[in-house]
Design a protein around this ligand. Structure first.
Ligand code: ADP
Ligand code: ZN
Length: 743
């Protein structure tokens, strides 16, 4: 008999965990982390068992009504993490638990069963029976012959196929008592039917070995240390991750590996799979409910030792965790921004490492400012990989002044002359090119020639993008589409000539084909990858040289390894650079470094052409030399000047509502009250419209605050909840350490 009382964290935001008694008949099935149904003020409510007591200090404790999940999904470690996330990111715990625990684990899931056939009698008897049936029933003898050759059991479907008969034959034989059909759970792991060639560990170079040794020491000492692994693209960081994983597996432990969402679809996974095939559980958003259920429980039971996934995988219940790896730790996709909790998976990973006393590796070619800052303060241990592993070297970067190109072309041109000649040269040599542009569509905007207004979405504060293939103007914020595009101005109403402006990836592809009719192109952006699997398909096509040029948005910038790519063209990075956001310079430097890193990863030296009108911009100069340290010095000095992160912490408070003026007023009231509660060291900026004032018919206002650490802010937010009731219809969004000051 376990304890009589369970502490249940309820699925309603306003409630602390409550005591419930455990009925005797449920005693067996209730453990830490079980999802249960309990009565709450006459209603049914679900909640998680998060503790036990012998008795409750309260009178009239109600009983748990029933068990809702077939196996507990929550572990004590993960629950502890959830509590921290709730506090740190000022989000109610139930909302955090919703984020952490996939919906497939919130219901009773029966494992998927598959039919197998077993012998019910000895082989001799079976053989005799087969002999007696031969000539009388062809179907039955065929089944028995297959069964005689099979091992312990055979898949029913396989048996039927081999025997060339139908289920009725098997049923008849089962009735005769010579075989039986049983149902066994099938492992739904998506790896099951793939074949991988196992790769061997590489012999590490000096820098790699040093980094690995440092990490291994901490694994053995079960010591929490953050290892910032700063290695240029292609320097062999992934190889270090894999060898560190190997060490953990040798010691019987488990590993958590986080990768950016984008590389989950591509080659990175294959490399891990080829080395560790059956030990790995992959968590990505395209898993079916059953697959997710299996992956989660396999990790929890220690059947899978390695959890590999994007952002939310940081909460995966890895058994006997000994190491955490965050690849490309600077990647913005680790930060959840559109919904609370606005957690950063890298930061949660670091915290998890400290809770579970294990080392954490943060790897990147362009570490985030905050991580490098922590390393400079000595909080993180820094390992640097300064040369490319294997035989390749870093590409040469040339910046082309596009103003001169426009002069020469007597107008706008997408490609500089030098870039075109280099693309042609690559094609002739049988090498490949990647062209990067951060905008999709054909034209990025459509403008009225008489009044100068852009055609905007009716529900959003956003210029609409022209897509030529669909002959439509689309809003990239809400998906609204106008087809065909208007022939008179929606703003001034005059039937004027509408002018299309701005270049997107769709136009780049067409323009290139017009110039080189025999060039084979592929395009990878949000438009060409809508269907499940299209991503992988396009990448595979490029990898097998089905195209000479790959054109794409961020999707092509990161983590890919194509040995034949020797030229990368960045068509225009001016917009990213001038984006009104405190991270714009950092983002641009990272992006250029990452995309450049795709060139010359094999035998041939790579080349990068950077087209820009801002050739004197310091960031472009730094990107040209790919000097991360110089970039860091420059950028951290700016952050120091303004006391911006990482020197101080930042929070964003955003309010949205359906009425423009009232939303602004409400947020101003909130800000005034907050200001009165906060200590003086806080800097609170004024309320301003968000980067997009209107999205899907809602108006967004925001303000920022900076402080030493944000504890006083968290306390004040709690108090404010009681002081100011925000009416229904408004949504308050709090973001701790926001990634963007724009939206
Ligand atoms: P990164 O993750 O830093 O971009 P990778 O681990 O992908 O670098 O390594 C780049 C290439 O170099 C890969 O093809 C990898 O197999 C190879 N490589 C890595 N380490 C070594 C080594 N010690 N010796 C030879 N080749 C290596
Ligand atoms: Zn819209």
């Amino acid at each position: 008999m376990k304890n009589a009382i369970a502490l249940v964290a309820l699925d309603t935001p306003l409630q602390e965990a409550l005591d419930y008694s455990i009925p005797a008949e449920l005693n067996e099935s209730i453990e830490f982390g079980t999802l249960v149904e309990v009565p709450l003020r006459g209603r049914k409510c679900s909640g998680w068992v998060i503790g036990f007591k012998e008795k409750s200090q309260f009178k009239g404790v109600k009983a748990i009504a029933k068990v809702l999940s077939s196996e507990p999904a929550l572990t004590e470690e993960v629950y502890k993490l959830a509590e921290w996330v709730a506090r740190y990111y000022v989000t109610p715990l139930p909302k955090v638990l919703k984020t952490i625990i996939p919906s497939s684990l919130r219901k009773i899931t029966k494992p998927k069963l598959i039919s197998f056939v077993q012998k019910a009698v000895s082989k001799e008897e079976l053989r005799d029976l087969a002999a007696s049936l031969r000539g009388k029933s062809k179907a039955k003898t065929a089944v028995l012959d297959v069964l005689l050759l099979a091992g312990k059991e055979i898949l029913l479907s396989e048996l039927l196929e081999k025997a060339g008969t139908a289920k009725a034959t098997v049923d008849a034989l089962e009735k005769m008592g010579c075989l039986k059909v049983i149902k066994l759970p099938m492992d739904r792991s998506p790896l099951k039917d793939e074949e991988f060639f196992k790769t061997k560990p590489k012999v590490l170079n000096g820098e790699q070995l040093q980094a690995l040794n440092n990490i291994t020491q901490d694994i053995d000492a079960a010591k929490f240390t953050v290892h910032l692994l700063h290695g240029i693209t292609g320097s062999g960081k992934t190889e270090i991750y894999m060898q560190a994983i190997e060490k953990v597996l040798e010691r019987g432990g488990g590993v958590l590996v986080l990768v950016p969402e984008i590389s989950l679809t591509a080659q990175a996974i294959d490399r891990f799979k080829s080395r560790f095939s059956e030990q790995i559980a992959i968590l990505h958003h395209r898993l079916s409910d059953g697959e997710r259920f299996d992956a989660w429980h396999n990790l929890k039971k220690g059947k899978s030792k390695i959890a590999l996934g994007a952002r939310s995988a940081v909460f995966a219940p890895v058994k006997n965790l000994k190491l955490i790896i965050v690849d490309e730790e600077h990647e913005p996709s680790y930060k959840q921004t559109d919904e609370m909790p606005c957690y950063h998976a890298r930061d949660v990973a670091v915290l998890r490492g400290s809770f579970e006393k294990v080392p954490v590796i943060l790897g990147s070619a362009t570490p985030s400012l905050e991580s490098y800052y922590n390393a400079s303060l000595g909080k993180y241990s820094l390992s640097t990989l300064s040369v490319r592993a294997g035989k390749s070297s870093l590409p040469e970067v040339t910046v082309i002044d596009m103003r001169k190109e426009y002069e020469r072309a007597k107008g706008y041109t997408i490609f500089s002359e030098i870039l075109l000649s280099k693309i042609r040269e690559r094609k002739e040599k049988g090498e490949q090119t990647i062209l990067f542009l951060n905008r999709r569509g054909f034209h990025t905007s459509c403008m009225c020639q008489s009044c100068g207004a852009f055609v905007k979405c009716k529900s959003c504060d956003q210029a609409m993008t022209y897509h030529k293939k669909e002959l439509s103007l689309n809003c990239h914020l809400c998906g609204f589409s106008l087809s065909p595009p208007p022939t008179s101005c929606p703003s001034c109403g005059r039937p004027s000539e509408m002018k299309f402006k701005g270049v997107g990836t769709e136009q780049v592809e067409r323009a290139l084909k017009a110039l080189f009719p025999d060039i084979r192109t592929l395009r990878i952006d949000a438009d060409t990858t809508r269907h499940k699997g299209s991503h992988e398909k396009l990448f595979k096509e490029f990898a097998t040289h089905k195209a000479d040029v790959l054109i794409g948005t961020q999707m092509v910038a990161k983590g890919l390894h194509f040995p034949l790519v020797t030229l990368v063209g960045v068509l225009n990075c001016d917009q990213t650079l001038q984006f009104p956001d405190f991270k714009a310079q950092e983002t641009t430097f990272q992006l250029i470094t990452q995309v450049s890193g795709r060139a010359g990863r094999s035998f041939h030296r790579g080349e990068v052409i950077l087209q820009s009108c801002l050739v004197d911009h310091p960031i472009l100069k730094l990107a040209q030399t790919q000097d991360f340290k110089a970039f860091y010095q420059e950028e951290i000095a700016i952050r120091e000047m303004f006391s911006f992160p990482p020197l101080r912490s930042m929070a964003k408070v955003r309010l949205s509502g359906t009425d423009d003026r009232k939303t602004e007023e409400m947020l101003n009231r909130y800000r005034d009250l907050l200001l009165a509660l906060l200590p003086k060291e806080y800097t609170v900026m004024p309320v301003a419209p968000s980067g997009h004032l209107k999205v899907k018919d809602r108006y967004y206002y925001q303000f920022f605050l900076l402080g030493p650490q944000l504890n006083a802010f968290r306390e004040s937010v709690k108090k404010l909840k009681e002081m100011l009731e925000i009416p229904t219809g408004y949504r308050l969004h709090l973001d701790i350490n926001p990634y963007s000051t724009y939206f």
